[in-house]
Ligand binder design. Structure first.
Ligand code: TTP
Ligand code: MG
Length: 355
């Protein structure tokens, strides 16, 4: 079955974050990277700076020649990592099938979310909107039926683009695509291609698979396929989380009710924060206790509405605990967990959000 893959990539990521956090840099050529004139390298440049020919991996000295009036800024990796967690969490609100590629980039399989009244490009637009709301940053989205086409699509209308590559257009788009823009064609391969007069997808398509294997080794087959729009649609995702829990073991038997309740409250709060962080909600709450003989006992219940709220989790946990403690009183461990997780954003959307 044909899949629907979205590729999201933040625009001029580090530079855009710097412009967001320092209004003086808005609309200016901003170059983020090592500032040293003899050793520094450019991490990225704002689109304003790119007009001067500045780009990633260029020596800072060279950037100064091309763009002497640019604003040179050191990277703040902590901030970029925080933004990255924010966007990854937004993706997970839509689907578990997420493959992060780098801090600012991921593939999502949203095949199962597509409906008659909700196309893949609309879902991509919602994700772009959510990223803007949460981070005040733009990204570009590409939609297609495999990963490499989705990636090409996200690069086609940067910045702030949303591009769909449909099956009917693949041949033409690939034919005209400069060879260096094929995912998987790095600098070295690109130079070799250009020497061989393979300038674009059309030239690549004119080569036989055997020729390409002879020229590029193992990579040859995948290049042959890419020229024809064939590529993987399998998302290599992180393990899907089934539950979230917190527990603590005491060094001695505890009978102090207030202390146990306080521990459960802390656990409920941590579980709720984790749910919120992952953009998940749960309707199944479990309390576990261990007694001094090291036997575990659990009690579980379903609540009416899915939640990510500490109060709801705690109140339910207290009821479960009250049931359990009738039987046992020497408590060594108490834990609170939530299961049957589902994604928060998508499942809460109504048709009105799609209009
Ligand atoms: P990219 O997504 O490749 O580039 P970008 O987001 O800056 O610009 P755009 O996607 O709009 O073309 O890389 C993401 C970040 O990774 C980039 O902001 C800085 C960092 N990076 C480096 O530090 N060195 C590099 O050589 C590259 C390519 C990126
Ligand atoms: Mg990017």
């Amino acid at each position: 079955m044909e899949r629907r893959i979205i590729h999201i990539d933040m625009d001029a990521f580090y530079a855009q974050v710097e412009q967001r956090d320092n209004p003086d840099l808005k609309g200016k050529p901003v170059i983020v990277g090592g500032k040293s004139r003899n050793r520094g390298v450019v991490a990225t440049a704002s689109y304003e700076a790119r007009k001067f020919g500045v780009h990633s991996a260029m020596p800072t000295a060279r950037a100064h020649q091309l763009c002497p009036d640019g604003y040179y800024v050191s990277p703040r990796f902590d901030v970029y990592k925080d933004v990255s967690s924010q966007i990854m969490s937004i993706f997970k609100g839509y689907t578990d099938i997420v493959q992060p590629v780098s801090l600012d980039e991921a593939y999502l399989d949203i095949t199962h979310l597509v409906r008659k009244d909700l196309g893949a490009s609309q879902i991509a637009a919602f994700i772009k909107r959510d990223i803007m709301t949460a981070t005040n940053l733009t990204c570009s989205a590409g939609v297609s039926y495999n990963k490499f086409l989705a990636k090409i699509a996200s690069g086609m209308n940067k910045p702030n683009g949303l591009t769909v590559i449909h099956y009917e257009n693949v041949e033409q788009i690939l034919a005209e695509l400069p060879i260096g823009e094929f995912p998987g064609v790095g600098k070295v391969t690109e130079e070799k291609m250009l020497r061989l007069k393979i300038m674009n997808g059309k030239d690549l398509r004119d080569k036989s698979e055997l020729e390409l294997i002879e020229l590029f080794g193992k990579k040859g087959s995948s290049l042959y396929q890419k020229a024809r729009g064939i590529g993987s649609d399998i998302i290599n995702m992180d393990r899907v989380r089934k539950s979230i829990g917190k527990e603590s073991t005491f060094s001695h038997d505890v009978q102090d009710e207030a202390f146990i309740l306080q521990t459960m409250r802390t656990h409920s709060e941590k579980v709720a924060l984790k749910l919120q962080d992952l953009n998940k909600v749960s309707d199944t709450i479990t309390v576990k206790i261990k007694t001094s003989d090291f036997e575990s006992h659990t009690k579980q219940t379903k609540i009416i509405d899915f939640t990510d709220q500490a109060d709801t989790i705690y109140n339910t946990a207290v009821l479960l605990y009250t049931d359990l403690k009738e039987e046992f009183n020497n408590i060594r461990l108490v834990g609170v967990s939530v299961g049957n997780l589902k994604n928060k954003v998508y499942e809460n959307l109504t048709i009105y959000d799609f209009l």
